[in-house]
Design a binder for this molecule. Structure first.
Ligand code: SF4
Ligand code: SF4
Length: 261
């Protein structure tokens, strides 16, 4: 009797730095177990073997920044039973969504010797703005532990157990003293989704919000604290915009303090 076919996995790249795909490769030993449970049908970062769809699970890294990618994501969706976005680029437009606040044509003229060779949309948008997404995994980059949990859950047909609490809870869990309270260091941890293990506060730095807004965040309350600490409104706007400028909870709060056209 033939063994049952393994679920087919595809990993796709859009506008991104490859860091989230590298998180998957960085799983090393665990990746072998994953590879045993699935058929890695398409993962150009890891292998030149590229099998045609359809795919059971597609992991999508990166945001939509070109007309070509806007069409390509439709094709990826059509070939995928489940589509999972991984990382701040794919879930919130990423650092490159800062372009949404500026004139991209002007930036192209400043940055590139031949701006006429650059084919780019005026905006960087998350994948969910273009196609239905079945699950979003946050972070810049994503957490290895959350990525493995997600893959294990998808293979077992259960709901992934990924935290939706804040980075503050991770600080408490590891016994880190609060840098905001103890030193007055600006920190986005109270409004940021857990997943990084509160690594920045553990090194006496405030959280930069890589994992994006937590469920039901209250950035207005945090902003009052940060303003009371002496942060000016322009800096507050930049603080919220860094990695997840196109995530509404952060983008709207940034806009409230530092309006951009
Ligand atoms: S989310 Fe961060 S690490 Fe992942 S691809 Fe985008 S820039 Fe790179
Ligand atoms: S250091 Fe930041 S993330 Fe940690 S408990 Fe304080 S406010 Fe929360």
């Amino acid at each position: 009797m033939n063994a049952p076919a393994k679920p087919r996995l595809a990993v796709w790249k859009f506008a991104s730095c490859d860091g989230c795909q590298l998180s998957l490769l960085d799983c090393e030993d665990e990746l072998l177990a994953v590879a045993d449970g699935v058929e890695i049908a398409l993962f150009p970062e890891a292998s030149s073997r590229m099998l045609p769809g359809p795919y059971d699970v597609s992991l999508v890294e990166g945001s939509i920044t070109t007309a070509h990618d806007r069409e390509r994501i439709q094709d990826v969706r059509a070939q995928s039973r489940l589509l999972v976005t991984i990382g701040a680029c794919a879930t919130a437009g990423g650092i490159q969504a800062l372009r949404n606040l500026r004139d991209v044509e002007e930036w192209k003229r400043i940055v590139y010797a031949r701006p006429d060779w650059i084919d780019s949309l005026a905006t960087s948008t998350p994948i969910a703005a273009h196609v239905k997404v079945d699950y979003e995994l946050r972070g810049c980059p994503v957490s290895k532990a959350q990525l493995l949990e997600l893959l294990a859950a998808l293979l077992a047909g259960r709901r992934p157990n990924v935290a939706t609490s804040s980075v503050c809870e991770e600080c408490k869990a590891r016994g880190t003293a609060c840098v905001l309270v103890a030193h007055g260091t600006p920190c986005l941890g109270p409004v940021t989704q857990a997943g990084c293990g509160a690594i920045c506060p553990a090194y006496d730095r405030g959280c930069y919000g890589c994992f994006g807004p937590k469920e039901t965040p209250n950035p207005a309350a945090l902003s009052e604290q940060l303003l009371a600490l002496g942060m000016d409104r322009a800096a507050l706007g930049r603080f919220y915009r860094t990695f997840n400028a196109a995530a509404p909870a952060f983008g709207d709060e940034a806009q409230r303090h530092d309006p951009q056209p």
